[in-house]
Design a protein around this ligand. Structure first.
Ligand SMILES: Nc1nc(=O)c2c([nH]1)NC[C@@H]1CN(c3ccc(C(=O)N[C@@H](CCC(=O)O)C(=O)O)cc3)CN21
Ligand SMILES: CC(C)C(=O)C(=O)O
Ligand SMILES: [Mg+2]
Length: 272
């Protein structure tokens, strides 16, 4: 239905900032195709993330490393066709932004042409200059700290990040630097809930958590995990919303509701 009949407005960066300021939780899910985009959009998911997790979920790889920019661009195009209102974030895949700020800009432009509203890149420290380069050129950028899957081999596995004081301090510093460089959003993955709460409270930008506890501006999960479809052992931060809902549309609605009213994630159950 058109906007005049639904009263629905597209989710914008300003709207996401307002939600953060008002304490309204942001509900995000990964999405890789047009049909699911339509389903999630209808269920009023605020942000759709075309994540490079598709390398593991759709392609059957053991990590996200083999995913290419061309593949990401294809999936962003698919999702953009099915989406109408949600804010669309595209992951820059491994090797598409590390070489230089210029390389990152070219890769980001490819995803923006495909229909992304924002790009996401992993890591702290050196990424600040790249985030600044893209932001100054009108491309909204989302940072990603904590467990950064593209560095899984360097990190020594899918391990919780920021457990000791030194690691926590560095993560907080990286988060500040990303915001200062112009990052408009931040994903925190697999970090202790207290640290995620501290980062979210200190920053002015929306912080989406995945395995980062309930005190973030919002949550993001892999869609297939929410639907109880798992090829690997389910991480503890996941909740299967299909169990009670019994139907995909209802499960997604239940996820949005649980995030909005703060019942997911549950401290001590889905947290570290
Ligand atoms: N389906 C799916 N869901 C995801 O959340 C996800 C992907 N794929 N692929 C990319 C990354 C990989 N992720 C993972 C994978 C495994 C754990 C895991 O097993 N974590 C341990 C924590 C170990 C510790 O305590 O340090 C756990 O028990 O949850 C966590 C995140 C998150 N991302
Ligand atoms: C899990 C989220 C944050 C992600 O980066 C992905 O799906 O690739
Ligand atoms: Mg990713």
């Amino acid at each position: 239905m058109p906007e005049v009949l639904t009263g629905r407005k597209p989710v914008t960066l300003q709207r996401l900032r307002d939600m953060r300021a008002a304490g309204e939780k942001i509900a995000a899910l990964t999405c890789y195709d047009a049909l699911f985009a339509q389903v999630l959009d209808d269920a009023r998911v605020d942000c759709l993330l075309v994540g490079d997790s598709l390398g593991m979920v759709l392609q059957g790889h053991g990590t996200t490393l083999p995913v290419t920019l061309e593949q990401m661009s294809y999936h962003v195009r698919c999702v953009a066709r099915g989406n109408r209102w949600a804010w669309l974030i595209g992951d820059l895949p491994h090797g598409s932004y590390q070489q230089s700020a210029e390389q990152a800009l070219a890769s980001a432009c490819e995803l923006m042409r495909a229909g992304a509203h924002m790009v996401k890149l992993e890591g702290g420290g050196w990424t600040a200059a790249t985030v600044r380069f893209l932001s100054e050129r009108g491309i909204p950028v989302c940072g990603h700290l904590g467990l950064t899957p593209q560095s899984v081999h360097a990190l020594g596995g899918w391990r919780v990040q920021g457990r000791d004081a030194q690691e926590a301090g560095l993560l907080l510093q990286h988060a500040r630097e990303l915001q200062e460089a112009g990052a408009a959003m931040l994903v925190l993955e697999l970090v202790p809930s207290g640290l995620a709460a501290q980062v979210s409270a200190e920053l002015d930008i929306p912080v989406l958590g995945i395995g980062a506890g309930p005190r973030c501006s919002g949550q993001v999960l892999v869609l297939h995990d929410v639907l109880g479809l798992q090829t690997v052992r389910t991480p503890r931060f996941v909740r299967n919303f299909m169990e009670d809902a019994g139907q995909i549309e209802k499960a997604v609605q239940a996820y949005v509701r649980a995030v909005k009213n703060g019942r997911f994630p549950e401290e001590g159950v889905h947290t570290y």
